[in-house]
Design a protein around this ligand. Structure first.
Ligand code: GLU
Length: 309
């Protein structure tokens, strides 16, 4: 662990410089057309520590589409709302399938494998849509309060693009509805899900917003309890086994941190009792993980000996 902040700044700077050639190894997500327009050269990384330090380099203050990173926050809201009954409708096992796969969901009778694949996040979106009078506003308010920034907003271009290219997500939601595992109407569930995926935030905001997961559920800046200690442990366990799509095993093997990535190119990694790393670079590998983001977090974890295992 580096306690000396100038040293950490220098380390991040060197790591970022060493990544310039890796960008070409990935491809920006194109299946959501609005995401395809991003400049692939942008990249940034930020570390927020529970004792209040923020160290960032590159484009770490440039907002990007958080996409699946939103699934972490939705899960926390649903756990807070539902308690243990949530786990009757959703599982906590790795899927070993692509994030938007539909095959397993039929075999398993509409019970998603875990909350961070698309089927699981749609189920969580149903929980939120069914339990809040305005789940989209509740979600945005939660994000704004965690990031301490009322300017956090939904990117309407991304939202519209997801809505008009969301047939696979609609298929997942209708399949779960056919098994009786979705309460609200499917368009309402999709509307919530696409909204939360379309939020724009930067690396610093994401790293700071997730500090509670590095601090046993409480926000170290305010001492507010964001979730119980047990739920913080459970979320980190799910992120360790499933947060990096079907590359989660390799990520646990080579990095050893609970993490979540999104097809916007962001990756957040939780370092328990220390802080959160957020790396961002849009080009993705075949699993949907940012090539540079993975490499940055991997190098940092090795050099600072951060693995939890
Ligand atoms: N909104 C994206 C989708 O549903 C999120 C995917 C992701 O970031 O994993 O396909």
């Amino acid at each position: 662990m580096i306690k000396n902040i100038p040293d950490l700044q220098e380390k991040l700077h060197d790591l970022l410089l060493s990544q310039k050639d890796s960008i070409t190894q990935g491809k920006v997500a194109e299946y959501i057309p609005a995401l395809a327009k991003i400049n692939p050269q942008l990249m940034g990384v930020c570390v927020a520590t529970i004792d209040g330090n923020i160290v960032g380099v590159g484009d770490y203050q440039q907002p990007f589409s958080i996409q699946s990173i939103s699934k972490v926050f939705g899960l926390v809201m649903a756990m807070n709302r539902m308690g243990d009954s949530l786990w009757q409708r959703i599982n906590m096992e790795p899927s070993g399938q692509a994030f938007n796969s539909i095959i397993q969901l039929e075999w398993e009778k509409g019970i998603p494998r875990n909350p961070v694949i698309n089927a699981g996040a749609l189920l969580i979106s149903d929980v939120l849509a069914s339990h809040y009078s305005s789940s989209k506003l509740a979600f945005l308010t939660f994000m704004r309060s965690l990031a301490n920034d009322d300017n956090i907003h939904i990117d309407q271009n991304v939202y519209q693009s997801e809505l008009s290219h969301g047939n696979r997500n609609a298929a997942l939601a209708y399949l779960m509805k056919s098994f009786g595992n979705i309460e609200a109407e499917v368009p309402e569930v999709l509307n919530h899900y696409f909204t939360q995926c379309s939020i724009s935030m930067n690396c610093q905001q994401l790293a700071q917003s997730l500090l509670f997961l590095a601090n046993k559920g409480s926000d170290p800046r305010t001492n507010d309890i964001i979730c119980s200690r047990q739920d913080s442990h459970r979320v980190n366990a799910i992120l360790s086994t499933s947060g990096m799509y079907d590359q989660s095993g390799e990520f646990a093997f080579s990095v050893g941190l609970p993490a979540k990535s999104g097809v916007g190119g962001g990756i957040v990694a939780i370092v328990p009792n220390y802080g959160v790393i957020c790396a961002w670079s849009p080009p993705l590998n075949n699993y949907g993980n940012s090539v540079v983001g993975m490499s940055l977090i991997k190098s940092l974890a090795h050099e600072l000996n951060l693995s939890i295992y």
